[in-house]
Design a protein around this ligand. Structure first.
Ligand SMILES: [Zn+2]
Ligand SMILES: [Zn+2]
Length: 345
């Protein structure tokens, strides 16, 4: 099969198309013919070598959708022809954390697609069925591939972690990416007022179209004060921190007393200086949000199928162009999601 193989961590050019053997499904696994795989900033971080659980050679990609073409031994519930999309990571479904709904914290099985498990930058991939959600028949493959990591992440972040209520103000950094555009729309569906932060003037229109009430172009700007200005000095109730270290300081400045910051991305893998005094006097809550659960994926597929949330697949590109896709994402040339499409097998 054709696959994009990373043999050495580093720049985008290290992603090269190769011919490799088709993997075989084991117990509890299926073989998927990949129809689409989203390109996520997580993949860029992975490619640079910043995710310690990935070992090269590696095939990246945790946003895959495809049809089952082979079922491994002792694998129940799935048959050839079923349509599936991957969750980002596995969970055992049986430990205390899983049983309390905290599947993204499961330690019994914490394998991640594109890290310990082969990812979807390939014509075929093996997937444990515990890591799969079912794709409705009318949903296009490219949309199905990206729902989990975009809207699924937004559902996990805004509903499960931040518990956003109608009437609250939600600030979103990195708002013009795939997660950001989903979060903007979901916050509006849930009755919040949205202040979107983006790095470029070119992305303002997409954010307005997604429903953002305010858009702040942040490059070189103190968006913390600007957000306070646009909330009559009150600050925001919830912040979705998608950029991470580069914007964290300004995000903290934007918070209203009692505000909740949910950290879901850290694009440059950097660290932050935090003034504990600010957290104390405002009684801020700083929360993390990691992976989407199957229930959150199902809810996301439902919201998408009902047309309540518009998917932002900006472009479908050939699998062979993975390197170029990474380059464009790193250079902030992408609004929404780029999706790789493997050649028909
Ligand atoms: Zn992703
Ligand atoms: Zn578990």
């Amino acid at each position: 099969m054709e696959a994009v193989v990373l043999r050495q961590f580093g720049s985008a050019e290290n992603l090269r198309l190769e011919t490799v053997p088709v993997p075989r499904p084991g117990k509890g696994e299926v073989l998927l013919k990949v129809h689409a795989c989203g390109v996520c900033y997580h993949d860029v971080i992975n490619r640079r070598g910043n995710l310690p659980r990935t070992h090269v050679p590696a095939i990246l990609g945790h946003e895959a959708a495809g049809e089952v073409v082979e079922v491994g031994p002792d694998t129940v519930g799935w048959k050839v022809g079923d349509r599936a999309a991957t969750l980002q990571r596995m969970s055992c479904g049986e430990c205390a954390l899983c049983l309390s709904g905290r599947n993204s914290l499961c330690k019994t099985d914490n394998r991640f697609f594109g890290e310990e498990l082969q990812g979807g930058y390939a014509q075929f991939m093996v997937a444990p069925v515990r890591g799969l959600g079912r794709v409705p028949s009318d949903l296009p493959w490219a949309v199905a591939a990206t729902v989990c990591c975009t809207l699924g992440t937004a559902v996990h972040t805004l509903r499960t972690r931040a518990k956003v209520k109608a009437g609250e103000t939600v600030l979103i950094t990195g708002a013009s990416g795939g997660v950001g555009l989903a979060a903007v729309q979901l916050a509006k569906v849930d009755g919040a007022r949205v202040i979107a932060i983006t790095s470029g003037e070119a992305k303002v229109a997409a954010l307005k179209e997604a429903g953002a009430d305010e858009v702040i172009v942040s490059r070189g700007l103190d968006f913390g004060s600007e957000a306070r200005k646009r909330t009559q000095g009150q600050g925001v109730d919830v912040a979705v921190e998608i950029v991470g270290s580069a914007t964290f300081d300004q995000t903290l400045k934007a918070m209203a007393p009692g505000g909740r910051v949910v950290v879901v991305g850290n694009l440059e893998s950097g660290v932050v200086n935090l003034n504990p005094g600010l957290v104390i006097v405002k009684e801020l809550e700083i929360l993390g949000a990691y992976a989407t659960t199957r229930e959150e994926l199902d809810e996301s597929l439902r919201l998408t199928a009902k047309g309540l949330i518009r998917p932002f697949v900006s472009e479908e590109v050939a699998l062979a162009d993975a390197s170029r896709a990474h380059f464009r994402l790193e250079n902030r040339e992408v609004a929404g999601r780029l999706v790789l499409v493997p050649p028909a097998a």
